[in-house]
Design a protein around this ligand. Sequence first.
Ligand SMILES: [Zn+2]
Length: 250
Amino acid sequence: MFEGREAGGPETARPNSDGGGKAWCEGRMGVNLSRVRVAWNVALVRLGVRKVLPREAVNRVRVEECGEPLVPWGGKWVREGVARRLEEAVRGLPEGFSLELLDGWRSPEEQARLREDAREAARNKGLEGESLERAVARWAANDSGHRTGGAVDVRLTFRGAEAFCGSGWKEFGAGTESGARVGEEAARNRGILHRARRAAGFANYPAEWWHFAFGDRLWAAYRGKRRAIYGPVEAPGGGENAEKRPEAMP
Ligand SMILES: [Zn+2]
């Protein structure tokens, strides 16, 4: 029923007796409405009214892969430019503070496993259907920046112990969003963490205070860059190091 539209453009797809034309009209209106919704939500983020960009606004960013290798940092694989910026962020922290890397580059298998865990967790929360899929996409997006080596999850430490930032890592609740109201000490720690992050050039995913990004689509979308420079990487060193674990922090 849609061949006419594909072949000859909108003019050839006229409403007909089986109602296909009506379905097409509604489908097209749905597409336009969703475009308007995305544009509206992007504008709200730019104005500071809304914090999290719609997924579509992140996904449409073009990637021009720069080919930078994955290197070990803090026991994980990250892009070279990310390792450099992590060093810079650590140097920017006040005396006694440091960063612990909780997650960096993820292999396709790891990402698939995480998605299954997220699905299980969402089911256990009683979610189903579309809200279940939304939760899975939010917690473990298929095209996560972690697949590129540009995204990292970090924890602030003070003299080797966790400096509490208002919620645990991957603890999804009232304190998860970067702008959430948290206790005085946690707010102070978040301030320290995010000042060092900004100075080092990382973007933050506002839905998770611990997620920093550089070079990936999320970074480009939040920083207003025209393109991302890191796309997904299959394995460190082009395959032969796939099973190699990164050494401890250099
Ligand atoms: Zn993350």
